[in-house]
Design a protein around this ligand. Sequence first.
Ligand SMILES: Cc1cc2nc3c(=O)[nH]c(=O)nc-3n(C[C@H](O)[C@H](O)[C@H](O)COP(=O)(O)OP(=O)(O)OC[C@H]3O[C@@H](n4cnc5c(N)ncnc54)[C@H](O)[C@@H]3O)c2cc1C
Length: 698
Amino acid sequence: MFLLPSTSKLCSFHPPNSIPTRVLPYARPQTLRILGAKRAGKRRYPSEKKELKLKHKEIAGDVKNKYEGIWRLSKLGVSVDKDPGKDFLGVSDGLLEQIAKVLEFPVPSMLPTEAFTVVRKSFDARKRLKEPKFVYIVEMDVDKLLSLEPRAWDFISELEPKVGLVEHMPEARKSGDLINIIQDFKKVHQGFVSRGSVNNRSNGSEGSHAHPTATKPKIAVVGSGPSGLFAALVLAEFGADVTLLERGQPVEQRGRDIGALVVRRMLQTESNFCFGEGGAGTWSDGKLVTRIGRNSGSVLAVMETLVHFGAPEGILVDGKPHLGTDRLVPLLRNFRQHLQQLGVTIKFGTRVDDLLVDNAQVVGVKVSDSVDRQSNSQKWGYDAVVLAVGHSARDFYQTLLSHNIDLIPKDFAVGLRIEHPQEVVNSLQYSGLATEVRRGRGKVPVADYKVAKYVSGKDGEEPSGATSRSCYSFCMCPGGQVVLTSTNPSEICINGMSFSKRASKWANAALVVTVSAKDFDVLNLRGPLAGVEFQREFEQRAARMGGGNFVVPVQTVTDFMDNKLSVTSVPPSSYRLGVKAANLHEIFPIHITETLQHSLSVFDKELPGFISKEALLHGVETRTSSPIQIPRNNDTYESTSLKGLYPVGEGAGYAGGIVSAAVDGMYAGFAVAKNFGLCNEGIESILGKARSAGFLEY
Ligand SMILES: Cc1cc2nc3c(=O)[nH]c(=O)nc-3n(C[C@H](O)[C@H](O)[C@H](O)COP(=O)(O)OP(=O)(O)OC[C@H]3O[C@@H](n4cnc5c(N)ncnc54)[C@H](O)[C@@H]3O)c2cc1C
C-alpha cells in the first residue's frame, strides 16, 4: 500500500477545461497485467494484429473528452481471497485495488465506490491461470468520480484507451425492459400508432398479411413458452387483441402434475416437463446463457424484462446467469398477471388441434380441451396465428404437413446424459478451492464444465463410419437432477434441471453427437419428419431397455468405454423414477456410440477423472433442438407457405434455449405488429438486427 506524500499532486485540482500534465511525486506503479487473454503477442495472426491496430487507432481517436461519459475497464481479476464471493456484485476493496492499478491511482481506498458499477462478474478457474479469479468488467462514471474525488483528475488525464481493456464510451449504454422500450417507442411514434390502429390499413411489406385495423387485430399466440410469452407481450403492448392458447396448465397446477409424475409415476401427457405455462424451460436450470450475443440490445431487453417480472438483478451482471425453477415459477406468475392487465385472454388446458384456412390464409384455429377428452372441439376466428409450440409438439407438425406447409428437416444432436457427484466436478475444476463451493452457499460458484470434440472421420484413430460430426456437452446442470421430459408413456427422454442454489449432490450434462439427414436415411427414415421419427426410435428403445414405468437405462462410464456390463448394481443417480443397468451401446447406431466413446476419452484428458466408476450415463437425450424448420419471411416473420401464420421459437427452428426463444418471439411480435399497422418501424431500429437464424443452443 502506498502512503501519500504530503506534497502529493493528488491535492491539486484542475478545472475541467484545462488538461494538465502530471508530474508524478512517487514511483509509478506497475501497469496492470491482464491475465486470461486467450492469445497474445506473437501468437496473433497478422490479419488479427492489423485489425487490432485499426480498432486501437479508432478507439484512441474517438475519445473526444476523457473527463465526460463512461470508461469501461475490462478483465479486472480479483483473487478469491480478496473477493467477497460470487453473490456480491458491488465494488469490493479487492476490486478497487484493481481499478486503482489501471488508473495508476496510488491509494485505492480513496476511490469513491459510487463512481463504479460492476457490469459483469465471472469466475475464471481455467487451469492455465496461476490461480482462479473473479473477473470483472466495470464502468467508471468520470463525472461522478471527479466530483467525489477531484484528485483523480490527473490520473484520468493520463488514461489511454486499450482495445478490450480500457475503453471510452461517450455515454452510458441505455437499456431497458421491453415494456419501457415499447412505451418510449409509442411516445416517439405517437401520431402513427394512434392513427395506424384506428383507420389505417397494414403497411406490411409486399406479401405480408394486410389487415384493416379499424378494430384491433385479433391474434392467437399458440404456446406460452418464452417465444410465445414475449410475442404476446409485444403485441398486447401495441394494443392487439391477443389470446394466448396453451395446452398445458398454469404453473400452480403444472407443479402438482410434475409432482405426481416424480412421486407417483403419473405422466399427464398435456402437463409435464415440456408442456405448460412457461414452456419447456420452466422446470429447468433456467440458464440464461446464449450464443446470440450476451451484450446485444435484444438479449439485454429480454434480461431486463425478466428482472421486471421478478428475476434478481444479478442476472444482468453474472457472467453465467441462471434462475432455477424456484425463481422461474413466481416470475411466470407475474408475467401472466401483466399480460392479463393488458387485456390478454389466457386459456390454459386448451390445445390447438388444427388451423382454419380460407383462401390460402389462416383465419382461425380449432381447439379442444386438453383435459376433458369428451368435450367437443371449437373453432375460433383470428386474423393471425403466432405458432410458438416448441419442439415437442410432434402432433402439430403433422397438422402443418396436412396443410402442405413447408417443413425442412434440420440437423440436431442426440446422446446420453452424464452425471457425476458434484464434488467430483468441483475438484476437477477447482482443485483445492473445491471446499469453497459449500453446496452453492460458498464463495465460488458450483462448478460446471463445457467440453466439445470435433470428429473429422479422416484420422485413423477416429471412430469407424463417422463422417464429420461433433460431440459436445450441452445444458450442464451443476447441483441439479436428471428429469423425465417424455410427453408419451412409451418413450423415455431426459434432460436436467436445478434450483437457484444448485445445492444437490449431483452434476449432470447432456453429451450429444450431431446428426443429420444421412443418419435418418440409414434407418430408412425420410421426409420432412424423418428427424422426429429418428428421435422417437431411440426414445422407444430407451423405454424398452428401462423395462417400463419410466425407469431409465444407465451404464457407468467405465463400462461404456469397455462396451461391457460388469455391474448390475449401479452407483446412485439423482433421477427419481429409478434406473436400470443396461448396455447403452445397444441404443444408438455404432458411429454415434463410437463418437461418444472417443470424445469421452478426449474429455478425460482435459478433465482427468471425468471417466470414472462414479460417473453414470443415462439414456436418452434426444430433444436438444427442433428436428425441423418452418420457413418464414425474414422481415415479416410470416410463413412462406401460409399467410397469417407466424412460426416462432424453438419448435419452428429459429431458437434454442430460453433467451434466444424469447428474443425470437419479441422480434416476431414487432413484425406482426408492423404487418397489422400497429407500429410503423420494426424492432431493428431500436435493438439492432436479429441474430437468431438456424439452431442456436445455450
Ligand atoms: C428440462 C429442460 C431444461 C432446460 N433447461 C434450459 C436452460 O437451463 N436454459 C435454456 O436456455 N434452455 C433450457 N431448456 C430449453 C428451453 O426450455 C427451450 O429452448 C425453450 O423453452 C424454447 O422456447 P419456445 O417458446 O420456443 O418453446 P417451448 O418452451 O417448448 O414452449 C412451447 C409451448 O407450446 C405449448 N404447445 C405445444 N403445442 C401446443 C398446441 N397444439 N396447442 C397449445 N399449446 C401448445 C407447450 O405446452 C409449451 O408450453 C430446457 C428444456 C428442458 C425440457
